[in-house]
Structures are given as C-alpha cells and as structure tokens.
Design a protein around this ligand. Structure first.
Ligand SMILES: C[S@@+](CC[C@H](N)C(=O)[O-])C[C@H]1O[C@@H](n2cnc3c(N)ncnc32)[C@H](O)[C@@H]1O
Length: 210
C-alpha cells in the first residue's frame, strides 16, 4: 500500500479547511460545533452513541464534539500533516491517516454515528459513492450518518473528473438520498456560519438512519 509520503494528489492545506481566519473563524467554529452538538444530542436521545467516527476529519475541528457523546472516537483523514496536528491536540481521539477513504480500514457494523463535515463535497461523484458505501458498511444497524455538505448546486469548482485533483461539487439533498440509499433521511437543517459570509446558502445538515 502507498504511504502518505508517496502521495500523488494535490494536498489540502489549512486554508482549505476553513476559508476564513481570526475572529470570523472563531465565530464559525463556535456556531458549527454548537449546531453539530445539537444534532448529535437528538440522535443520542433516540439511541445512545457509544462509538463514533468522522470521515475526512481534517485536524479534528469537528471530531472533538463527538467525544462529548461517544467513549470511542475515530477520525480518518488523507493529509498526514492534519493527522499530526490532531494527534497532538486531541489525544482522546484516534486519528488515522488513510490514502483512500473508500478502503476497508475500519471493521464493519461498528459505529453508532458516522459524520462528514464539508468532505464529500470535495470528492468526485465516483469517489463519493465509494466512500459512502464504506461509511454504510462501518455503521451499525439502526445507526445514524450525519453529514453537513454544500447543497446549492451552483457551487461547482475545480476538476470534477480527476480523483487526485481538487474540486467542490455541491449536491442536492435528493442526490445524497440516492447515494445513501437504502438509508432513510430523518432530518435536514440549514448549515449556519458567521453572518457576514458573502453567500447565504452554505450547505445542509442531513441525518440518515440505517
Ligand atoms: C474542507 S476540509 C474539512 C475538514 C473537516 N471535516 C472540518 O470540517 O474541519 C475537507 C477535508 O477533506 C479531505 N479531502 C479532500 N479531498 C479528499 C479526497 N479526494 N480523498 C480524501 N480526503 C479528501 C481534505 O484533506 C480535508 O481534510
């Protein structure tokens, strides 16, 4: 298997994880972590979350919220530099560097909750479908997948055909329902970020149940 030093993809950098800095970034992190906590509470009230994972976790910005609910938390990320930061800063989460997030790294039928946060939108269609298939395999029966992704279909940038390139592909909620089939969509809610962001529709929270 290729290791991260032999990477042949265009690497993501800190500036690609959150596209604002300083005060705006603090406000965005606060709002997004608060909203994620709220949706995880809804899930936890229905069915206790013991084990949770984030696919495409970056440096663990949102993964940390999972530790408020689950005793076992795993973050999967392609960029070794993000994993290095996360391992040092968030020691109660297991972070794993993975070149291809559709590969079978985790055991099947293991997690009560799996999340993605502005990750699937950066995968080309074929990759996204393979990664989603893997997420579903790792999820326990009756478990939940919570995603927060761009859904305004005008937001399409970069090379949308090269799996090693960089792109953004906003997909409608209907498209994600198709990709997550046979999981059932239980909830949608708008993504909220800092109020002075130049665009209004910045994505949607979607909760699917297996
Ligand atoms: C916008 S960042 C979001 C990170 C984290 N979920 C957060 O909200 O802070 C997108 C993440 O997806 C990862 N990523 C992007 N394209 C990828 C691909 N084709 N395969 C695997 N990971 C990818 C990047 O390394 C990056 O960490």
């Amino acid at each position: 298997m290729m290791n991260s030093e032999q990477q042949n993809w265009i690497p993501y950098q800190m500036k690609d994880v959150v596209d604002v800095n300083d005060a705006k970034m603090s406000v965005r992190n606060y709002i997004e972590q608060k909203d994620l906590r709220c949706y995880l509470s809804l899930i936890n009230n229905k069915r206790k979350i013991n084990a949770a994972a984030e696919f495409g976790c970056g440096y663990g910005r949102m993964t940390q919220v999972l530790t408020e609910f689950a005793s076992k938390v795993i973050g999967l990320e392609r960029e070794q530099s993000f994993v290095n930061e996360a391992v040092t800063l968030i020691p109660n989460v297991t972070f794993i560097q993975v070149n291809d997030l559709s590969s079978k790294i985790l055991s099947g039928d293991t997690f009560d909750v799996i999340i993605t946060f502005t990750f699937l939108q950066h995968l080309i269609d074929e990759q996204a479908q393979k990664v989603i298939k893997e997420m579903i395999r790792c999820l326990k029966t009756h478990g939940h997948i919570l995603i927060c992704e761009e859904t305004d279909e005008t937001q399409i940038f970069g090379n949308i055909h090269d799996p090693l390139g960089q792109c953004t592909i906003a997909r409608s909620v209907e498209k994600y329902c198709e990709y997550f089939n046979p999981l059932v969509l239980e909830l949608t809610a708008p993504r909220r970020i800092e109020p002075d962001y130049p665009r209004e529709n910045t994505g949607t929270y979607m909760i699917f149940r297996k």
